[in-house]
Design a protein around this ligand. Structure first.
Ligand code: ADP
Ligand code: MG
Length: 241
């Protein structure tokens, strides 16, 4: 049986607003979910239902106000040193707006090489950048361009390349194709499917389009008003295994 990589247990999130009259708004309540090796959990729900907040919590970018997130069985709050580094490297998030997730002043080359530096790779990095570009279906000539000089689909491929350099176990994909043209959406979804097959990466795939999650997900959950309702599970995704 394939292992569980990330688990959220009883996750709650409340945001406080106002300084004089402090009000809290509950955005997530008692959300439990699991992301397994080589599998996709789809997450759908109306705008404002808490999808992005949940994604950020699971990716460790935000802390829950209730419940906990476990990476390979360990509470994120207890991760220190090497374990914390491993989590930061192996769990990556891809955002809806691909251009916004890249530094507008840095060439694609710098954006990619910087991640290699983060990983402590010296020398040999250039070759690896070329290899990962090929994996995401891009030509080396884009390396000297800025994000503003690429299309949305190309930038999303670069964002993916950047994450892949870190050899992720989990990708949290927050509406990764929503900003793209329909034909480009399909290309990115096929790329994601192939990457998952080859590398066994676990996905949390958020979209408000059921057909997008249906293509990849074996299990789909619906978030409504901050509560998770499981609507379909156990079946294999249409992309097959
Ligand atoms: N940092 C924040 N501070 C206050 N409220 C927030 C914050 N982030 C999100 N929210 C609120 O939480 C709710 C859920 O937002 P979000 O997670 O972005 O939903 P979705 O991604 O499903 O559209 C919204 O009402 C939003 O206004
Ligand atoms: Mg959102």
């Amino acid at each position: 049986m394939l292992g569980t990589l990330l688990r959220g247990v009883g996750i709650g999130k409340a945001f406080s607003r106002g300084i004089v009259r402090r009000r809290t708004r509950v955005v997530l309540e008692d959300v439990t979910l699991e992301i397994g090796e080589g599998r996709t959990l789809g997450l759908v729900g109306p705008s404002g239902s808490g999808k992005t907040t949940l994604a950020r919590i699971v990716a460790g970018l935000e802390t829950p106000t209730a419940g906990r997130v476990l990476y390979r069985g360990r509470d994120l709050r207890d991760l220190r040193g090497g374990e914390r580094k491993a989590f930061r490297r192996r769990v990556q998030m891809i955002f809806q707006d691909p251009e916004g997730s890249l530094n507008p002043r840095k060439t694609i080359r710098r954006s990619l090489e910087e991640v290699l530096d983060l990983r402590g790779v010296q020398g040999g990095g250039r070759q690896e950048v070329r290899e990962v570009l090929e994996v995401v279906g891009m030509e080396a000539e884009v390396l000297d361009r800025l994000p503003s000089q690429l299309s949305g689909g190309q930038n999303q491929r670069i964002a993916l390349a950047r994450a892949l350099i870190l050899e992720p176990e989990v990708l949290v994909l927050d509406e990764p194709t929503s900003a793209l043209d329909v034909s480009v959406q399909a290309q990115i979804l096929h790329l994601l499917r192939d990457l998952q097959r080859e590398r066994g990466i676990g996905y949390l795939l958020i979209s408000h389009h059921p057909e997008v999650v249906g293509f990849l997900a074996q299990e789909v959950a619906l978030l409504r008003g901050g509560r998770l309702l499981r609507i379909e599970g156990g079946e294999e995704g249409k992309a097959g295994r």
